[in-house]
Design a protein around this ligand. Structure first.
Ligand code: HEC
Ligand code: HEC
Length: 297
């Protein structure tokens, strides 16, 4: 109701609601009179008369009951303009109370794990079950229910890391988010060189390549790409630059996808969750994520 800028609409709605109840009561009372069985004077098919019978009692009473129900409801719950109702109930209050109740119940459990070292939490089966539930609630939209990701969203269950797989690093990633930026190169090196260096990159992970093009691409790579991907092309976790030699691809490995990546660049955003989830939940999430790849070893 806070959407009203002036009191006018609140009074308007309140008055219309009360008036309609009153008018309906008067209206129905009019029908409950003793009409007797007097003919109305309407006659069909020569001798079929319409009589003015009163409405059945039980049926009218249902109307009265629903009107009384409506009136009582409007006194107890919000409905009459901005009047909040004597119970003071609102959707928002109910929501806040449920959140508060959940926090009171689960808060101490989360806090208990937050006091423990991540390595200990990783070994705690109960904690991992909680972590898995949190993951299902907050992370599967992007990383998939099995945490194996999708194109543009990294697999978190393998042992290949853009930013590093130490539990503390994973925790930092979830807390603060990450923003991976691969710059666009077409304007800098031209389309011809994009194709050559693309061919070289494909060769790094053992895919079939045109060798002449790939060796021409090596030049381009050492000039423009090693600053981030490293001279050995094994990437740089400080920048989130992926290892290009392992045949694990964030944006796809086909000739066309790789050329697109190099020509137009890519940007990937892992949103920060510190404000949203709080450190205690993230501690459990980091433990759960770490457990996935540790199981893989
Ligand atoms: C809106 C989509 C989105 C959501 C939601 C999301 N992530 Fe991410 N996450 C990403 C993207 C995209 C990346 C890759 C960032 C990059 O390439 O720089 C990423 C990266 C990561 C990484 C780093 C992986 C690596 O290889 O270093 C971790 C760990 C991670 N996410 C965990 C989580 C967890 C845990 C949650 C749930 C709390 C979550 N993410 C929710 C999109 C998302
Ligand atoms: C400023 C640092 C930087 C430079 C310079 C750079 N890259 Fe990247 N590159 C990145 C980052 C960061 C990513 C990951 C983008 C993401 O998270 O989506 C990436 C991603 C890629 C990918 C996609 C890998 C995958 O798994 O799908 C390819 C291919 C690639 N770079 C090739 C190149 C080539 C070729 C050059 C030189 C022409 C180059 N990069 C120069 C930072 C850089």
């Amino acid at each position: 109701m806070a959407d009203f800028f002036s009191g006018f609409w609140s009074y308007f709605i309140g008055t219309v609601s009360i008036l309609s109840i009153v008018v309906l009561i008067v209206f129905i009372a009019g029908f409950s009179g003793k009409g007797g069985s007097a003919p109305t004077g309407h006659i069909w098919d020569e001798d079929l008369q319409e009589l003015n019978n009163p409405l059945p009692r039980w049926w009218l009473n249902l109307f009265y009951i629903s009107l009384v129900f409506g009136a009582v409801y409007l006194v107890l719950y919000p409905g009459l303009g901005s009047f909040e109702g004597v119970l003071g109930w609102s959707q928002k209050k109910q929501y806040d109370e449920e959140i508060q109740a959940a926090n009171n119940k689960f808060g101490p459990i989360f806090e208990k794990y937050l006091q423990q070292d991540l390595q200990d939490v990783i070994r705690n089966k109960d904690a991992l079950i909680v972590g898995k539930r949190l993951f299902s609630t907050y992370c599967t939209t992007c990383h998939g229910s099995d945490a194996r990701g999708a194109r543009g969203f990294p697999n978190l269950a393998d042992n290949d890391w853009l930013y590093g797989g130490a539990p503390e690093t994973i925790k930092t990633t979830i807390m603060n988010g990450r923003h991976g930026i691969m710059p666009p190169w077409e304007g800098v090196i031209g389309n011809d060189n994009v194709m050559k260096v693309g061919e070289y990159v494909r060769g790094l992970s053992g895919q079939n390549v045109d060798t002449a093009m790939a060796s021409a691409g090596k030049e381009v790579f050492s000039q423009f790409c090693i600053a981030c991907h490293g001279a050995d092309a094994r990437g740089n976790q400080a920048l989130g630059a992926p290892n290009l030699t392992d045949d694990i691809w964030l944006h796809g490995s086909s000739r066309q996808r790789i050329q697109e990546t190099i020509a137009a660049g890519r940007q990937s955003l892992m949103p920060p969750h510190k404000e949203f989830l709080g450190e205690a939940r993230i501690h459990l999430l980091a433990a759960y994520i770490s457990s996935l790849s540790q199981a893989e070893k």
